[in-house]
Design a binder for this molecule. Sequence first.
Ligand code: 26W
Length: 853
Amino acid sequence: MTESDVIQPRTSHPIGNGETPTTDPTLLGTRSTPTHALAAVPVEGPPLTVDGFVEAFLQELHFGQGVQLDRSTVNDQYLALARTVMHYMMAEWLETGRRRRAEPTKMIGYLSAEYLLGRQLGNALLATELTEVAEEGLATLGIDLATLRSQEIEPGLGNGGLGRLAACFIDSLAVMDVPCIAYGIRYEYGIFRQTFFNNRQLEVPDNWLRLGSPWEFPHPERAVQVDFGGHTERTSDENGREHVQWVPSWNVQGIPYHYMVPGYDNKAVNTLRLWSAQATDAFNLQIFNSGDHAEAVRSQTFAENISKVLYPEDSTPQGRELRLQQQYFFVACSLHDYIEHTLPADFDLRKLPDQIIWQLNDTHPVIAIPELMRILVDVKGFEWAEAWDITKRCFAYTCHTLLPEALEVWPVDVIGRLLPRHLEIIFRINEDFLIEVRERFPGDELRVRRMSIIAEHPERAVRMAYLASVAATKINGVAALHSELLRDKVLPDFSEMWPDKFTNVTNGVTPRRFLRLANPKLSELITEVLGDERWVTDLDRLSGLEAYADDASFREKFRQVKAANKTRLFELLKRRDGIDVAPDNMLDVMVKRLHEYKRQSLKLLHIVHLYESVVSGRRDISDIVPRTFVFGAKAAPGYHMAKETIFLINSVAEKINSDSRMQGRLAVVFPANYNVTLAERLIPAADLSEQISLAGKEASGTGNMKFALNGALTIGTDDGANVEIRKLVGDDHFFLFGMSEPEVAELGARGYVPSSFYEQNEDLRRAVDLLGSGEFTGSNRDAASTVVNDLLWNDRFMALADFQSYVEAQARVDAAYADTEAWTRSAILNVARTGFFSSDRSMRDYLDRIWLR
Ligand code: 26W
């Protein structure tokens, strides 16, 4: 039974017996709600002084939280502090809105199903330049700012790279004062909290709202009704023109929650608008009046399920109907919000492409394309051709993957059941498109079949990436190599047809969160030598550090910063996970989602190889350069191989860490629940960054950028943005290993046989054998067999083929690390040469290559 079956049979038209389902007056009257006759009153935040701050804070505590200082909990204080800081941002938020309404320019509508925001308080304090004032002011009350900061539960409304990228991008747009509304879903439960039990991953629901959510403003009066299900009806008008009416069978409403997205030092604050699903009153009432109270409550739950939980799948869409409901839900709310509430009432929609560009963050919001067509044709009365001409200029599409299994495909019957009108529109778009293909390539029916938006096998399904490609003005990949492969291997037919649609924008990361906030000590050092803080919004200025790489006293200071960051991390790991970390080891870090293509198992093989070489007596422990290997990774709950890999890593860690022969010179730590908050502590402390995906599989990576910017050296393949990092920092300051993408393709074509690598490489054989022997898994061989057998007999991502090269590169790392001065020099050059990876630069590229074209 699907979710929609639950209510459909009982109440076929719960909102009004086939009438146009847009009649709920509480939902639609928002345009008349504001009383524009009133004059705006100037808004000013509290004074930027310690006294002013303390007064504002106490006001919030007393009148916002309703508690006296001596009775207040840490949570009361945190909430009051958050609200206080927001008062300082508020004037700028309101002013930004006023300014934008007064001089409307083209804006960005960023559509993303995920925003992995991380904690808000630190960033808000930074944006308002209140950090010191707050620290001092709170201290006068006997409150420690750091304690309040750690009270915040981060909103984990994303899975990994794609969601974090969205958060970095909206930060940069605010910093650059570019008008943008970012739209998404206010999941009640974000990415699950990971715990370990008997070395296995357990998932705990992430109830991030449970202690209150001070950063959001709900606007129930701006609710939007979203329809689902039902059928379509056709009528002809007096001119013989056909009109289609969608008669849906159920609906929900979307309540917008507004979040401020502050800039930096520029008085601009943008808006993030996340939608929460609720049952509509009409919907509830009808069932309630029929006397079935239990059913009324049940249907309410049903509606609210839509924004209940983030799907924890990363790269492997499950094709679940609820996921499509989520996608349509937030996209329909967002388009409606913009067209009906943001544009002036008399706006001429033919000019829509001059006013907005909708950026599709992967295929998750692609249903927006037929939705805009539906609005224009069915609701606003446009002719198809004109509507299509408008729609085509309103969307741009970013692809974030190369894995075929990550490309979303929706079965035709699922879309037909949930969104019958949209399915018709998709068919019509496809029909017209295929006519175009036939005109361009007469007689090439094979090509027509290849390019069709509708796949016929294994079942009839809509290829969302193709729909996006047909409609979008621009299609971009997220790193140079990725964009090339996207053009030539994933969408070759489309790039042949429309070469100009394809472009690249290499990803970036926000220097505010990932350098200035996460690494205050390095920031201070940078500011000291560059003379000012302009680098925070102009990251190319980091090149000014080049000269200091040769300055011995600067190198010493740089090392002190790294050492202090390690201490800070180790204190956290002790407190958070009870983990003890040897203070002087090289810190070798691999943090990212657990996925076969990212090859955590390759790193595990290297660790086991080192361990084996010591316990077998082939190497003396004193010859090992002391290292602590850190893993951080969540596995999708249904991803068996990934979960088995986590189990193996934990098992290996347990064994190695308790083996006194290692003398602490070889240690493996795997703190549970890697998230943005932990990343902010881990990355600044790292010496070595592991970016070891099989070439041609990681679209870009953004963790790689964060590490380099914080002065870690990278060991990596020629994949994703690693390619660009290596070019910029130079071969001498980057440890390259592994096959290149063409070599991978060639080996694949020849026929890859992993066991032949196993047989020919003694170190590899010994490592694999030890891993499979049960040595690490309580003599239970089977416990390791899923991963080990896969490596030996399948190894889709060629870990065994790259093993030798990886081990050799790791030996170069050891040698390089032994020369402290040279290592530090390389680390400094990594910082100095990676200013390019600011997300501010990415945003400029989007503006130049996509949004303002
Ligand atoms: C469940 C369906 C699904 C499919 C794909 C969910 C999520 C995805 C994303 C495309 C996964 C993702 O986060 N991709 C990452 O995007 C980053 C930002 O561009 C890149 O840096 C990473 O290389 C890419 O894996």
